[in-house]
Design a protein around this ligand. Structure first.
Ligand SMILES: [Zn+2]
Length: 229
């Protein structure tokens, strides 16, 4: 899977005079390997991961994310993202696992921000899914519906009917305000996979991250198989 480092490397290469042959090799390999449709690019963002690298426009990122008994939210998010990425790559998707800071005007077929909730009330439980309020693709709500259904089906967790304004206005969706945000052609959704502060939810997101990952993978598959409206 590509990480942010690989993306930065690719950007440097494209500006370098001597990079031509390397790029050609890559293209040849690509066209041999993929005889039919080009691979679908999926971005899985591990919420809060490497938030300390936030640029000034996103300096608020450095102070958030929930935790439970010394376990940070980003660790849980990253584990789920990496497991989902491995399954998707095996199935032929191109996958980027992204940290909290999204590359400028980042482009993919689908971007899913992965987070976990926290509450002072240990009985608070369930997951939520939201689409970008600034969606220009016309597909984000459809993907949010797919993800909302698939994640519950696979994990057995309860879907909370409410989404927060912070989810719909997630910073990575806000390409008008931030340079480090999605390109408007990228479908953007966000999932709060469960409450880190809930024993019931931790059974999935901490003790069985593979299942949480499978829930996300299931939605990605439905998205890519769905006919374009
Ligand atoms: Zn979070």
């Amino acid at each position: 899977m590509r990480t942010i480092a690989a993306i930065a490397g690719a950007c440097l290469l494209s500006g370098a005079a001597g990079a031509g042959s390397g790029q050609l090799d890559e293209m040849r390999v690509g066209s041999d390997a993929v005889a039919d449709a080009p691979a679908i690019r999926i971005a899985l963002q591990a919420g809060h991961w490497r938030a300390n690298e936030a640029p000034r426009e996103l300096s608020g990122l450095k102070r958030n994310g929930t935790s439970w008994q010394g376990m940070h939210e980003w660790e849980v998010n990253l584990e789920i993202a990496r497991r989902a990425a491995a399954i998707l790559e095996e199935a032929g998707y191109e996958v980027d696992v992204l940290p909290a800071v999204v590359p400028q005007a980042y482009r993919a077929d689908l971007f899913i921000a992965i987070h976990a909730d926290g509450s002072a009330d240990p009985s608070a439980s369930g997951y939520r899914v939201a689409s970008s309020r600034r969606d220009r693709t016309g597909k984000a709500q459809q993907v949010a519906d797919l993800l909302g259904a698939a994640y519950g089906e696979v994990t057995g967790l309860r879907r909370l009917p409410t989404t927060t304004r912070r989810m719909r206005n997630y910073y990575a969706f806000n390409y008008r305000r931030y340079r480090h945000a999605l390109h408007p052609a990228t479908v953007g959704v966000i999932i709060e996979t469960g409450f880190l502060t809930s024993q019931r939810d931790r059974e999935v997101i901490v003790n069985n991250p593979e299942r949480a990952a499978q829930g996300i993978v299931s939605a990605v598959r439905s998205f890519s198989e769905a006919p374009t409206p």
